[in-house]
Design a binder for this molecule. Structure first.
Ligand code: ADP
Ligand code: MG
Length: 262
């Protein structure tokens, strides 16, 4: 039989996030993970759920995501209508973890739907089904959010933010980020370090007007392509430079930096 540890997704802690998450779980407090894309938020949630032996239900929120999508709906089956629990309702009933990825993208009624779960009540109101469901013992609500209001992205209201214990993710320290690349892809340490150096050069180029900096995810992708034998410059160009911008001049500038490094 597989032990739990063998099933743990790979995650390298960069600060005290594990301890903070465990204490939040013990105290039945919801957690909000803030930070730019590709910095390990989703991986961290998968890791913590596995570590704590919990089922994880993930909802990737987008601008059409509504409360009904989370709560459930009536479906017509032949001559009768049956109620079908949505992912949030399932998690509340069974005491699982629910992860609302990119919660600020969802419609405002989603925020309203989770209110009663994020305070002392810990109950879910299913108005449509005329039911109030107390959250199962191990239920935990985790959400992620990319605070990019400078870039015109959706913001969370202060009254919503104040319902969560919040933790900020950022690009890891160079030694740690290189270790993540090695751990995730098996790439040689020296190449991992070069990739991280490359990313940090790009991250400091504010004048290019790139809306989101090169993330750990992009470096992982480049490392994977290199590991299966793709030429380093090509790998970095298609996995890092191109995904960062659609502006030809910006991509050329990034390719020049890549050519200097590799
Ligand atoms: N601390 C970390 N430990 C292990 N892998 C990481 C870590 N941070 C980032 N990664 C890698 O980066 C990728 C993107 O991370 P992800 O969790 O999807 O980012 P986010 O949810 O913040 O957008 C992961 O698939 C993983 O390969
Ligand atoms: Mg994510």
């Amino acid at each position: 039989m597989e032990t739990l540890k063998e099933k743990l997704p790979y995650y390298l802690a960069t600060a005290s996030e594990e301890e903070i998450f465990e204490h939040s779980y013990k105290n039945k407090l919801p957690v909000l993970l803030k930070g730019p894309t590709g910095t390990g938020k989703s991986r961290f949630v998968e890791y913590m759920a596995a570590k704590l032996g919990k089922e994880l239900i993930t909802v990737s929120c987008h601008e059409e995501t509504s409360a009904l999508d989370l709560l459930g709906r009536f479906l017509v089956k032949g001559a009768e209508t049956v109620w079908l629990d949505g992912p949030l309702t399932k998690a509340v009933r069974s005491g699982a973890f629910i992860y609302l990825d990119e919660i600020a993208e969802a419609r405002p009624d989603v925020i309203v739907a989770i209110h009663s779960l994020t305070d002392h009540r810990r109950e879910l109101y299913l108005d449509r089904h005329d039911e109030v469901i107390p959250a199962g013992d191990g239920f935990m609500l985790v959400a992620s959010y990319n605070p990019g209001y400078q870039r015109g992205w959706k913001e969370l209201k202060p009254s919503t933010r104040q319902r969560f214990v919040s933790y900020s993710f950022d690009y890891p320290r160079p030694e740690l980020e290189a270790e993540i690349l090695v751990g995730e892809t098996g790439i040689e340490k020296n190449i991992a370090k070069k990739l991280v150096q490359l990313a940090n050069k790009m991250r400091n180029l504010h004048e290019l007007g790139i809306s989101e900096a090169a993330s750990t995810r992009l470096l992982v992708d480049a490392a994977k392509l290199m590991q299966t034998g793709l030429n380093a410059r090509t790998a970095c160009s298609v996995a890092i430079a191109e995904p960062l911008s659609d502006d030809r001049e910006v991509v050329e500038a990034l390719n020049d930096i890549i050519d200097l490094m590799f």
